[in-house]
Design a protein around this ligand. Structure first.
Ligand SMILES: [Zn+2]
Length: 347
């Protein structure tokens, strides 16, 4: 792979090509953007361009000894730092190791490139250690901090880096990558692209969890719900999605987030029906049933339901009692749907 094989990030590529032509690479960058849009992939391709022995224009040849060793993570002037297994955060020891690495001059080229993944996930102590390195980088150092949440990076760190934003991939790009690079069936790729929100990583995660089948099951059930089904339905969801079998809270959260997003997709489709074709619908197999359902609900009710769902997504990160959260969300949705008042303090 090389720059030319990267999809949908033309603006970022151009920016770096200009910097490379003018020999104006910064010492530190923050690559910000949601997961799965190719930030790490881009970092490695950038490293190839920097280290390539026979560059073609401002792109890597992808064939020389350096390019090949970078592709197999085996190049002595390129380092990748990421959270250790079973840990969600970068530890201070890893950043001290980074300092040691950068104290030694490059072995095979003019630069030393360090890519730090999940750089938004480090504690105060680790952040301070990183800050020291950023304050006095050796002339040959290029550091790339990869983050999903720019807000979680300390201002002092941010101000010492050039910030590069990565946009989500378009639906057709995600679909095409899933088909060409991961050999998924075109129809399945299309559905996954629709629900992945521009992230290849999320699309691949969803493809492994029967997400499409589960979403279909949900719509089938949700269309028939009555007001007093709230408690039995939340129990049914727990069983159908095997949530009780998951012991690790984070894992449970990931699945429940997906479940809540399925609710969002369903009510978004009802709203799409109401707006009559301005946006495309996801559950096309249910078109008639959804159109008829949408006629019984006002736009206001649908917006209120969507707000309830969005609030539940936010609360999910702070709430340990996931069963109760789900129960509350469904109770509120059904009450709104059947024209009942919703108590505000329900969460
Ligand atoms: Zn090369």
């Amino acid at each position: 792979m090389s720059f030319k094989s990267i999809s949908c990030q033309d603006r970022v590529i151009k920016l770096f090509q200009n910097a490379l032509i003018n020999d104006r690479l910064a010492h530190a960058y923050i690559f910000a953007g949601q997961e799965g849009v190719g930030k790490t992939l881009f970092s490695k391709e950038l490293a190839k361009v920097i280290f390539c022995q026979h560059p073609a224009g401002v792109d890597a040849c992808d064939a020389c000894n350096h390019c090949q060793r970078i592709a197999s993570d085996n190049f002595s002037d390129l380092f990748l730092i990421l959270p250790e297994k079973n840990s969600r955060v970068i530890k201070i020891e890893q950043l001290k190791y980074l300092q040691d690495i950068l104290n030694v001059k490059p072995l095979e080229s003019k630069h030393k490139v360090v890519i730090i993944q999940s750089a938004d996930k480090m504690n105060e102590e680790a952040s301070n250690c990183l800050l020291k390195t950023l304050e006095e980088p050796p002339s040959y150092a290029i550091m790339i901090l990869i983050v999903t949440s720019l807000e979680s990076v300390k201002e002092t760190v941010r101000s010492r880096c050039q910030i590069i934003r990565f946009s989500p991939l378009s639906m057709t790009t995600v679909r095409d990558i899933l088909v060409s690079r991961f050999q998924l069936d075109r129809k399945q790729a299309e559905r996954l692209a629709y629900i992945s929100n521009g992230s290849i990583e999320r699309a691949l995660l969803l493809s492994g969890t029967q997400a499409i089948e589960k979403k279909n099951w949900l719509v089938d059930r949700i269309l028939k719900l009555e007001l007093d089904n709230n408690l039995s339905f939340s129990k049914e969801l727990f069983n159908e999605w095997h949530l009780q079998d998951l012991e690790i809270l984070e894992e449970k959260r990931t699945y429940v987030r997906e479940l809540i997003l399925s609710f969002l997709l369903y009510y978004r489709d009802l709203l799409v029906c109401k707006m009559q074709g301005e946006f495309s619908m996801y559950h096309t197999d249910w078109r008639d049933a959804l159109i008829s359902k949408s006629e019984s609900l006002s736009e206001d009710v649908l917006f209120s339901i969507i707000n309830v769902i969005k609030r539940s997504l936010i609360y999910l990160d702070y709430n340990a009692n996931i069963a109760l959260l789900l129960e509350n969300m469904i109770t509120q949705i059904l009450r709104l749907q059947f024209g009942k008042r919703v108590p505000q303090s329900i969460f």
